[in-house]
Design a protein around this ligand. Structure first.
Ligand code: GDP
Length: 201
């Protein structure tokens, strides 16, 4: 899919105020600093559509962007920032739960994980929650350029075998680098395929 237009629509903290348009929506979520803003900019080919992190954990907003005037890309707040208090973690959980329960047009959540790290409890728990609530998701491994050609597949395999302790099958996944553009075509083709299927039904 070629990105012809990518425009910011609205930021808000209230799910009820999200755009009403019944068009497919794809949500991007992950721990603070995972490379979410860089990935969104890389996918859309816009240098600063999503703001790269200045103050991680501070902007708890749902950001809607409209792509090719036909689907929403949603930038959700980063989670798991160490300095966030327990009470604000609870607020965050409520907020995310509300988003996923109310946005029925959300067709796929992309859960971003840094390919250099072992599976993190917070990510595993989050994916578990998505699974339990039948919310479709794919994993996006970020920052692939930070691992050597030999280390990358080893690290991905290790992540997969950890996932298979909890999951019958490995969820769909993509390996990406915002520096090199790795994974861009695959993710856009995946979104395009889902959009085509939805248009037929
Ligand atoms: P966010 O907090 O998840 O939105 O993360 P950012 O996109 O702001 O990225 C956090 C840091 O990781 C920044 O310093 C980015 O330049 C860096 N970064 C993000 N993606 C990549 C990548 O694919 N490769 C490399 N080498 N660095 C990246």
């Amino acid at each position: 899919m070629k990105i012809n237009s990518a425009e910011f629509v609205i930021s808000n903290s209230d799910v009820a105020k999200c755009p009403k348009d019944k068009i497919p929506e794809y949500a991007f979520i992950g721990r603070s600093n995972v490379g979410k803003s860089s990935l969104i900019n890389m996918l859309t080919g816009r240098k600063s559509l999503a703001k790269t992190s200045g103050r991680p954990g501070k902007t708890q907003l749902i950001n809607h962007f409209i792509i090719n005037k036909s689907w929403f890309l949603v930038d959700l707040p980063g989670y798991g920032y160490a300095r966030v208090s327990k009470s604000s973690k609870k607020v965050f959980q409520k907020f995310i739960t509300a988003y996923f329960s109310k946005r029925t047009q959300m067709v796929c959540a992309f859960v971003l994980v840094d390919c250099r790290h072992e599976p993190q409890k917070i990510d595993l728990e989050f994916m578990q929650w998505l699974g339990e609530n039948q919310i479709p998701f794919s994993i996006i491994f970020t920052k692939a350029d930070k691992l050597s050609k030999n280390k990358l597949p080893v690290q991905i395999e290790s992540y997969i075998s950890e996932m298979l302790k909890y999951w019958e099958e490995m969820p769909n996944y993509f390996i990406t680098s915002s520096s090199s553009g790795l994974g861009k075509e695959e993710i856009l083709a995946y979104i395009s395929e889902i959009n085509t299927q939805l248009n037929k039904s």
